[in-house]
Design a protein around this ligand. Structure first.
Ligand SMILES: NC(=O)c1ccc[n+]([C@@H]2O[C@H](COP(=O)([O-])OP(=O)(O)OC[C@H]3O[C@@H](n4cnc5c(N)ncnc54)[C@H](OP(=O)(O)O)[C@@H]3O)[C@@H](O)[C@H]2O)c1
Length: 363
């Protein structure tokens, strides 16, 4: 562990998976707010890529390499060596790649073990200065994978849990279900850990639906567009979805990555966030809404993007199940200086996402 005197003078935050789409935005806000940051990545190359992408961050981040969550005590050395104890942990690293062969080994195990192993290390080595653990969960651990979300149903709340099981995902070889299981089991394991071990710190879990928005993580070609910006947006530009009506993912709700990042950093110090699941959903997203926004703001891309039926933002008869956001909105508002939480809307999220793709020359 290097000398940390060069880092921000504020409280020390451990951030996992720092090169990811969401974590890059969290890192940007942490640095902006003056926190000292130790950031984990899976290899030195990935740490180097972060600094190449953001040269002004050079010397401001203490990188730690944690290559394999499923190894024995992957985080112990990090906690044992740290010179300035952590005050907060933000855990974001988890598999989000639907192109896997072994759902159990490549999705579920790393998601669950990554979460329980860092909680173990934090409990045993975190000391009394560690106040809060913020887990980047997902709306997929709240919604019901087997419910037809294209029909109006009872809105989901923070009380709901996805009943999906590993057996169901593996039997069907369905990697979307596998991802849902990985997030549900990881979050469940975190709450169980807290109950069984009663550590000195508390837990807040943030459960966003599909995340879109500008990319500031290391980009080295079209393949580094993150999974959700790809299937929700870029897939309409690069020919993957030549027809709006044929889209495989029935996506209905989104949140912008900047709101996700802000909610995590706010949650470090928001007294109302402790012990809570916090739903994070800005509003409706549909394939038709996405293509309408791209075609409106990027005339140069119009030829590549299907037109669909611009007036019909949802297929006939589709009234998606909603979310009751009242409790979470109240918690989020208490974490802001203004006492009010405001979401970025879909138009801005998609426009800024596509602009970042154009800037990186990846669409
Ligand atoms: N994007 C969404 O719509 C969405 C919605 C709700 C929740 N989330 C959650 O947000 C978090 C970040 O997602 P993202 O969209 O930012 O995806 P991302 O860009 O793919 O970032 C995922 C991060 O997790 C790391 N990771 C993946 N598998 C790992 C493993 N087996 N061991 C160690 N690290 C691993 C990745 O490291 P490498 O780069 O080395 O692979 C990367 O740093 C995840 O927990 C995801 O479940 C995302």
């Amino acid at each position: 562990m290097p000398n940390m005197s060069h880092l921000g003078s504020g409280e020390h935050v451990l951030l996992t998976g720092a090169n990811g789409f969401v974590a890059s935005h969290i890192l940007a806000i942490l640095l902006e707010r003056g926190y000292a940051v130790t950031a984990t990545v899976r290899s030195q190359n990935k740490a180097d890529d972060i600094i190449k992408t953001h040269p002004s961050w050079k010397g401001k981040i203490n990188f730690a390499i944690v290559s394999d969550f499923t190894s024995q005590g992957p985080f112990n050395a990090l906690f044992e060596d740290v010179k300035v104890p952590f005050t907060y942990i933000i855990h974001t690293a988890s598999p989000l790649n639907f192109n896997v062969k072994d759902i159990q080994k490549e999705m579920i195990e790393p998601a669950v073990m990554g979460t329980t192993q860092i909680l173990e290390s934090a409990h045993h080595h975190g000391g009394t200065s560690l106040k809060r653990f913020v887990l980047l969960g997902s709306a997929v651990s709240v919604l019901n994978s087997f419910e037809d979300m294209s029909r109006e149903g009872r809105p989901y709340t923070e009380e709901d849990w996805n009943p999906v099981t590993a057996k169901q995902a593996i039997e069907r070889q369905d990697t979307v279900l596998g991802y849902n299981v990985s997030k549900t089991q990881a979050e469940d394991a975190a709450w169980k850990f807290m109950k069984t071990n009663t550590p000195a710190f508390d837990l807040a879990v943030i459960n966003p639906d599909i995340i879109t928005g500008p990319m500031i993580h290391p980009i080295s070609g079209p393949g580094s567009i993150n999974e959700t910006n790809h299937f929700a947006i870029a897939s309409f530009i690069d020919g993957t979805n030549p027809k709006v009506e044929d889209v495989r993912f029935p996506f209905y709700h989104f949140v912008d990555v900047r709101d996700v990042a802000r909610s995590h950093v706010d949650a470090l110090t928001n007294p109302a966030a402790g012990g809570r699941r916090i739903l994070l959903i800005s509003g409706l997203i549909t394939p038709q809404l996405v293509v309408n926004i791209i075609r409106k703001h990027f005339p140069a891309l119009r030829e590549k993007v299907p037109e669909g039926k611009p007036e019909q933002v949802l297929p006939d008869g589709v009234h998606p199940t909603g979310w009751d956001m009242r409790v979470s909105l109240d918690v989020l508002s208490k974490g802001t200086d203004e006492g009010q939480w405001k979401y970025i809307d879909l138009e801005k999220s998609v426009r800024d996402a596509v602009q970042s793709m154009v800037d990186h020359n990846v669409v």
